[in-house]
Design a protein. Structure first.
Length: 273
């Protein structure tokens, strides 16, 4: 656990750069444009994954100096594991594609970057006014568990209690949402910047956390970036076309991980603000 103490002012939150150098460059430019310094920027993990430039993306994130929580990709690369640990069911389309992009990332990530990944915290906590905020990758108890807007609220409440958090900021699932739970606590997911949110748009998503008069407000924002160059780089690296097409169409190559509600919303604009 890394405790950042009190954070005042807007916080920029983003998930899953996923080896997408162009998107990571764009979100850093957004932070600069908004005047948000690195110490108020938080990544929810999976700096490397589907796209073509794992080494360059890690270098950019490290040079930027933003806070990063450990994702399953960092955990497994640090341990020199044989797969990404994403939690895909064996033999599914996601599992088959993951074997290729993980091998690509593993072949390019050196010892120093793996050591950095191994030092990343599994949780980041801070206070914003009277609220205790805890940042995780998947779930509090399992780094690679998918938590969606439609996931059971009782589980989110239990996870927030386990973390002693008023607000949970999670990642991993790839689709942004903000949900106020029955007891007033909040579960927030900024989405990921490296792959679209299965909403039929080429933009990806990040968020801003505002503190206004003691109240916390999350603002979901689209991130436009040079997706054409990112997709071209994937093809030049001879990665399977599924995720390159996802960058160009906004539709995931497989819906294996999605609950029924999110699967039924494929290609639809997200109703978030």
């Amino acid at each position: 656990m890394s405790d950042l103490g009190e954070i005042a002012g807007p916080l920029l939150i983003f998930g899953g750069p996923c080896s997408n150098l162009q998107a990571t460059t764009a979100v850093r430019a957004e932070a600069a444009m908004l005047g948000i310094p690195p110490e108020r920027c938080v990544c929810t993990g999976d700096v490397t994954a589907y796209c073509a430039n794992p080494r360059e993306t890690v270098a950019l994130v490290r040079e930027w100096g933003c806070h990063v929580v450990m994702g399953n990709c960092e955990e497994n690369l640090a341990n020199d594991a044989g797969d990404c640990g994403c939690g895909f069911a064996e033999g599914t389309a996601c599992d088959v594609l993951a074997r290729e992009w993980y091998a690509h990332a593993s072949s390019l990530i050196g010892a120093d970057d793996r050591a950095w990944m191994g030092r990343l915290p599994r949780r980041i906590s801070f206070r914003c006014g009277t609220q205790r905020v805890v940042v995780i990758h998947g779930a509090v108890d399992t780094i690679n568990r998918y938590v969606f807007a439609s996931s059971p609220e009782a589980d989110k409440l239990e996870q927030a209690t386990r973390a002693n958090a008023d607000i949970i900021i999670g990642g991993h699932s790839g689709i942004p949402f903000t949900q106020r739970l029955a007891d007033g606590r909040i579960w927030h997911n900024a989405g990921i910047i490296g792959i679209p949110a299965n909403d039929g748009a080429t933009d990806t998503w990040y968020s801003l956390m505002h503190s206004e008069g003691g109240a916390i407000r999350f603002e979901h924002r689209r991130l436009a970036y040079d997706f054409q160059s990112a997709a071209a780089a994937m093809r030049e690296a001879h990665l399977a076309d599924g995720y390159a097409l996802a960058l160009e169409t906004g539709i995931w190559p497989s819906l294996d991980i999605l609950p029924a509600k999110e699967r039924g919303e494929t290609g639809l604009p997200l109703a978030i603000a």
